[in-house]
Each structure stands twice: as C-alpha cells, then as structure tokens.
Ligand binder design. Sequence first.
Ligand code: EPS
Length: 374
Amino acid sequence: MLRFLTAGESHGEALLGILEGMPSGLNIDNVFIDGELKRRQQGYGRGARMKIEDDSARILSGLRHGISIGSPISLLIANKDFSIDSLPEVKNVRPGHADLAGALKYGLGDARSVLERASARETALRVAIGAVCKLFLKEFGIRILSHVMMIGGVRSHTSSLSFDDILKNIAKSKLNCADSASEKLMIEEIDSAREKQDTLGGIFEVIIEGAPVGLGTYAQGDRRLDALLASAIMSIPAVKAVEIGEGMESSGKLGSKVHDEIFHSKDKGLYRKTNNAGGIEGGISNGENIIARGYMKPISTLMKGLNTIDISTKEAVKASTERSDVCAVPAAGVVGEAMSAISIAGAMLEKFGGDSVSEAKRNYRSYLDNLEVK
Ligand code: EPS
C-alpha cells in the first residue's frame, strides 16, 4: 500500500513528509522534484511569500546512491520565513478559512495556531511526494499535466488540443493556461480583483495520459478509482468541487449525448471517439486519458477584510489580513497533478504489486500481453 503523511506549519522550521510503499529501484531525480516545487511557486496572482521561499526538497531516508531501496522515503523542505513564534495573534477570524471552526474545535484562543497548519503552504510537501510518484509512473509511460480552465468567469477553450499541444502552450504561459487569448482576459480579472482588494478562484484540469485499463474497481465503493481521485483532489485547500470528465454538464444531458460509444478496428483495436467519462467507467480506468477538474473557491484572505468577529470579545470587526495571494489556481493545478500522481501510483501498485520497480514492470507487461475479453 502506498501512503504518505506530512507535517509542518507555514512559518515553522520546515515541512516534512514520509512516503511509504514506494518500491525499490526507482531513480530519484532531485532536479525534477525541485522543478515541480518551482512550478507550484509560480503563476500570475501569487503573493509575496513566494518571492521569499526557494523551495527545495532534501531527501533524508529511503535511498542509496539516489535510488529507492523500498524503505520509507522522508523529505524535508526548509522554510526561509521561519517566524512562527514571533508572529502576531489572530483574533479577527477570516470567513472562508479554517480560523473560526479550527479555534472552536481545538479550543485555541489564537487562530494563528490554526492557520499555521491550515495554510496551503503544506501543499509544497505534497508536490515533492507527488514528484516521486510521477517518476514512478514515468517508468510505465504515464504522464500527468494540469492547466487552468477558468479564472474570474473567463474560460479557456482547449477541447481541440492534444496532451502535447497543451504541454507546449502552457510552457509559454504565466498562468499555466493553454489558451493565450483567454489567458490575457484572466490576467485582467486578477489585476482588477487585486485593485479591489479582492480575490479569485477558478478551475484547473488534470489530464493523466497512458494509464492502462483496469485501475480501481467497482467491487467496493471505496476502491473506485473516481472516488479515490476525487478525494485526493478534494483534499487540496480551497477546492470545493471535483469533476471527472464532463461530469457536471453530463448530468443535464440525454444518455445518448453523454456515453462514449465503443468501436473496434483492426488497426486501432478497441477505441472511442469521445471521452466524456474522463477515462473512468464503473470506477475502473478504461484506457482513455483520465480527466479530473478541481473547482477552487476564491482565496479567503481579502486585503479589504470581510465582516467577522473578534473571537475573544465577540465584537464586530473586519477580518484580519495576512500576506496572501490574489489567485492561486495555477499552483492548485500543480498540487492537483501531485495528488493525482499519488492516487494513480497507488492504484498501479495495488494492481501490479511489486517490491521493486522491475517486478512491477514485469507484472504490468504480462497483464498487457494477456489483456483480452474472454
Ligand atoms: C502559501 C504560503 C502562504 C500563503 C498561501 C500559500 O504563505 P504566507 O501565509 O506566509 O503568505 O501565501 O496560503 C494561503 C493563501 C492560504 O490561505 O493558506 C504557499 O506556500 O502556497
């Protein structure tokens, strides 16, 4: 079983993580992991903290000579802004953030103790763990990307683009958006929200290419691949809805307009002309691209401060303002990739097992060689 844990506060000394269940024999490329961390720090609309940090993961265990040995892999990302004990108390709890519910739940009089762990800073460590999982998936030819589909009501138009087209377009984008005309309008929306001391959310899409048919199962609800993937993406701070394929629009359409009809030809084998299901049917991957979308609410720290109360006095006040982002949808997409990589790597290991990468690969090849309807 592949599992992970993280620890660390936003302004604590460091973020820490343990990934258990990664087979032996995986080459761990630190440059790739740090590149993923850089990608999470970027995106138009990010706040000042990202100019302070220069995230880099130090691997403390689980490797010899840069190669996994099957034991838990532990990682550390140091915080440059290590100031947790000198930061002011937070009494004016922010609507939308964990401040109030967290202070009540844990019996804390200072919401600083809540927000330090509830902060999206923790997702840096998840990206490092996701990067290790991406390296594992690469061994099986599985690739993952994310791109921004909507910010401030502006949608991108990318349905005609291939996986590689999207990759090519986002490489030139400040917003990880594959449609440059829409990107311009999104940037205007972000500038306008910043001027109004407001914030924005949006939608990111994760595409997983190369996953074989047969990951996940309908045999138990909690093992359905769509349930696992949705839960992984929903666990990202500020994500309030997850969609698989055309899930939202499909619910208002006729079945004949939604289900992906099945064809067969000698050259192509089994194939579909559409992928409204987002690559998952009956809780099982069907061999098409797996598509998941995360819907992110606007960042809950607004520079203009919404109406709230002081948790000590119960007086009406304006919410406290922390340094924050105006919009972090591109970064959330990178975290979405990481969470998807962790989910799919877990599903691959569940199906193909293997204590070493080469054993998992042997099992995988044998499965593909024998794949047929009997
Ligand atoms: C973040 C670090 C945080 C925030 C942001 C994400 O750093 P700081 O609080 O020092 O500015 O910039 O977190 C939030 C917006 C939030 O609501 O939690 C990061 O590393 O991604």
